[in-house]
Design a protein around this ligand. Structure first.
Ligand code: M6R
Length: 369
């Protein structure tokens, strides 16, 4: 049942091309129009939404944070992402024009369920992005968009994360389509680019040996930092979470721009720092800014490990290790950049002899508040 892999987690990492593909399948027509009739929510209602709040915990919340960049860009609807267990306790502003998007692999996370219930009581419309058919959160929501990642057994979430980003993007594109804004023309292109993601993930998996080797060689690391900007920021936090969960190593993800506001004080000789670099073809000066962040930590002795887009030569001078991912539009890059970080954490934890499927102190679904 592990498909010949030594652990469920490793199998699930390798299931990712299919998890993304299955989540995309049957949800758009050949003209590039999204057909999310399965949502069964009145389109007029969705048109009247003036605020989106994404509610989730852990990895699912990072998927929400990635999606926020895309949804705001495509839909121009203010979108917040909040940890479910924080949401209820701050007297949030929620009304009938608020769309709550909960994200949960299991559909049973008590914190998220309670937050969704609370939002419903305040009159919000609730959509659930979920990987488990018929589970509680989708049952209690007005609508559901299932991720079709297949059952995820390993406690550390991998394929569900990529499927959640994919589903949240489809929802964002659908909202943009309904609202008929200026991104109409782009929807078809983005869908086409999304369609190319599974093969690109496969390419990363086919070349996983060097990152595995790095993971094995770093089994003695005491602390690992992860930096990213824009959509690379939640990817950095997800990379850090995988390492905490699996390898019991102190790890932290920072927004690269925040470095100079404090975290750079942590950098000393030999400190490993992963940097998720945006595409040099992307907008603004994002790429140049991140490259200078690599320089800054390198100059202070950090061991820099860089995830960059194929052909990005600018990073090589400052990187001890570079792992290239295939080209993609900036917003889709998290579906690729996350994969080497998962493989790294898996390899490092395995080298320490830990049980990667059942890390200590953790449960697959957290059904207590
Ligand atoms: O089932 P859910 O997506 O609601 O679970 C949320 C978190 O408990 C979950 O993502 C957790 O952080 C994982 N162990 C991450 O690998």
């Amino acid at each position: 049942e592990k498909g010949g892999f030594p652990s469920f987690m490793e199998k699930e990492i390798h299931d990712q091309p299919d998890a993304v593909l299955q989540t995309l399948l049957g949800r758009s027509d050949i003209d590039g129009k999204l057909t999310l009739d399965e949502l069964r929510i009145d389109p007029a209602l969705l048109k009247s939404v003036n605020k989106i709040i994404v509610l989730a915990c852990g990895t699912s919340a990072y998927a929400g944070q990635v999606a926020k960049y895309a949804i705001e860009h495509w839909c121009r609807i203010p979108t917040e992402v909040e940890l479910s267990h924080e949401f209820r306790y701050r007297d949030p502003i929620v009304d009938a024009n608020t769309l709550i998007v909960s994200i949960s692999q299991s559909g049973e996370t008590m914190d998220t369920l309670m937050a969704v219930r609370y939002a419903k009581e305040q009159g919000a419309k609730t959509v659930s992005i979920c990987n488990t058919n018929g589970s509680t959160i989708p049952r209690e929501s007005d609508a559901v968009l299932y991720t079709h990642a297949g059952p995820e057994i390993a406690v550390a979430s991998t394929k569900a994360f990529l499927a959640q980003i994919t589903a949240a993007y489809l929802l964002g594109l659908y909202l943009a389509q309904l609202r008929g804004n200026k991104f109409q023309g782009e929807i078809k292109d983005i869908l086409a680019d999304l369609g190319k993601i599974p093969a690109k993930i496969q390419e990363i998996l086919d070349n996983e040996e060097p990152i595995k080797e790095l993971g094995r060689s770093m089994a003695d690391a005491k602390s690992v930092l992860f930096l990213g900007r824009h959509v690379g920021y939640p990817v950095a936090m997800e990379g850090a979470l995988k390492l905490k969960e699996l390898a019991y190593i102190h790890a932290e993800g920072f927004a690269a721009g925040e470095l100079k506001h404090g975290p750079i004080a942590l950098i000393e000789e030999g400190q490993p720092v992963f940097v998720v670099v945006p595409s040099p073809r992307g907008r603004d000066s994002l790429h140049a800014k991140v490259v200078s962040n690599i320089q800054e930590v390198r100059a202070r002795g950090a061991k820099t490990i860089v995830i960059a887009e194929e052909g990005d030569e600018a990073v090589t001078a400052y990187a001890e290790h570079v792992f290239y991912i295939p080209e993609s539009p900036t917003l889709l890059a998290p579906l690729l950049a996350t994969v080497p970080l998962q493989i790294f954490a898996l390899a490092l934890a395995s080298a320490k002899g830990y049980d990667v499927d059942q890390p200590r102190n953790l449960a697959k679904s957290v059904t207590v508040e």
